[in-house]
Design a binder for this molecule. Structure first.
Ligand SMILES: [Ca+2]
Ligand SMILES: [Zn+2]
Length: 398
């Protein structure tokens, strides 16, 4: 035991002597390999911000700009710059006379912000996040507005640090008549956030649309096609969902669309309106997604079917046969139930918001009917996209 204590004492003494020596002689004995070079900050490496420009913004705004840039630029460039690589950004103080009529803008790798704007809006620091998002985007001309500004606003919302002080936020629903074709900055940002959250984690909408836009040519029409190809939803349908207007959700197959219910089997076609060319209302019940019923809606889009026994309709499931260019959605439509095929009860009043454009996909509408019926009748009084309505199947889930 004594030996062990002695050894510990010796070891401690040696350690103390060693520490004392290294402390005393540190500068003389440290080799270059052992030197811990301070890692340059993100601001030092990637932000070009002249003393003159810093003076124009004043010390507080300058410090906050640097704080935000330090904390966000690596992530913003990782997700949104070409190749995910950060690069140097120049931050300039814009004079009153230069540039567009805006508090800030970006071009190439340079961002301009007006010191006068910051004096009047000292908490609008995250305008820098919006503008450096544009520096990362670099799409070139003709990219759809909802992508250019929607991504930049989404980035500001996602990574901004002072938004709550401004206060600044994205809408969870677009105001009034805003559409994806004419959204305004923040509604566009709210849309990108909605779509990104909706598809996450299977698909990062914001990152993928940004990547695609960097390849060029993603104008409004092309963005319609891209969104549909990538998500199975049309841009219009997604916007409607963002706006809370569409209650019909798109499903890959009929059973998923039935949800917690079961598709009622063996429907018996009774009668229907006159189909266009070779389409026939009976095609709605043949279990074949490639056959459809198309009709001019003045009085022809109606169909009647029945079941051997009465069923309670919990969900109405149908599939579109239109295309993006000819969606042929139902407009105002109604579903009726009957037990004798003569005395009809309206059980659901449908509108365009209960439909969507997604050819080959299924939609479901919840019907709060507790009465059982043997006969059903679907009528579309008009078309949402012109004189035709075209569906490939209809079904009741119970
Ligand atoms: Ca069919
Ligand atoms: Zn912008």
């Amino acid at each position: 035991m004594k030996k062990i204590l002695l050894l510990i004492a010796v070891a401690l003494t040696l350690t103390l002597v060693f520490m004392a020596c290294t402390t005393d002689t540190e500068e003389a004995t440290t080799t270059p390999e052992e030197t811990q070079e301070p890692v340059p900050s993100v601001v030092e490496r990637y932000l070009i911000f002249s003393e003159e420009c810093q003076a124009a913004f004043g010390p507080q705004t300058t410090a906050r700009f640097k704080e935000v840039f330090e904390a966000t630029w690596l992530e913003i460039s990782y997700y949104f710059a070409r190749g995910g690589r950060p690069f140097q950004v120049t931050l300039r103080a814009a004079s009153e006379s230069e540039g567009p009529n805006a508090p800030g803008w970006a071009s190439g790798t340079t961002t301009w912000i007006r010191p006068s704007w910051m004096r009047n809006n000292p908490n609008d620091i995250d305008i820098l996040v919006h503008e450096i998002a544009h520096n990362a985007q670099q799409y070139g001309g003709n990219t759809a507005f909802w992508i250019v500004e929607g991504i930049a606003e989404y980035v500001r919302d996602r990574w901004g640090m002072f938004n709550h002080l401004q206060p600044w936020s994205l809408p969870s629903r677009p105001p009034g008549n805003a559409t994806y074709a004419d959204p305004g900055h923040r509604p566009a940002g709210g849309f990108v956030r909605f779509a990104t959250e909706y598809f996450y984690p299977d698909f990062n909408f914001a990152v993928e649309v940004n990547r695609r836009a960097q390849q060029g040519g993603l104008n409004l029409n092309a963005s319609r096609e891209w969104v549909f190809e990538q998500t199975g939803y049309s841009l219009a349908t997604l916007w409607d969902m963002y706006a809370g207007r569409t209650v019909a959700i798109v499903y890959d197959n009929q059973n998923d669309a039935a949800g917690d219910y079961t598709i009622v089997q063996n429907p018996i076609f009774v009668d229907g309106g006159t189909g266009w060319e070779n389409t026939d209302a009976a095609n709605l019940f043949d279990g074949d997604a490639d056959t459809s019923f198309a009709a001019v809606v003045d009085s022809n889009f109606w169909v009647e079917w029945r079941y051997e026994t009465a069923v309670v309709a919990n969900r109405f499931v149908f599939s579109s046969a239109g295309t993006l260019t000819n969606p042929r959605r139902m407009g105002n439509w109604r579903l009726y139930g009957s037990n004798d095929g003569g005395d009809w009860n309206e059980i659901f009043l449908g509108a365009v918001r209960h439909t969507a454009i997604a050819p080959g996909r299924y939609f479901a509408v919840d019907i709060n009917s507790d009465e059982a019926f043997r006969y059903f009748r679907l009528v579309s009084l008009n078309g949402a996209d012109g004189q035709f309505v075209q569906l490939s199947s209809v079904a009741i889930a119970s």
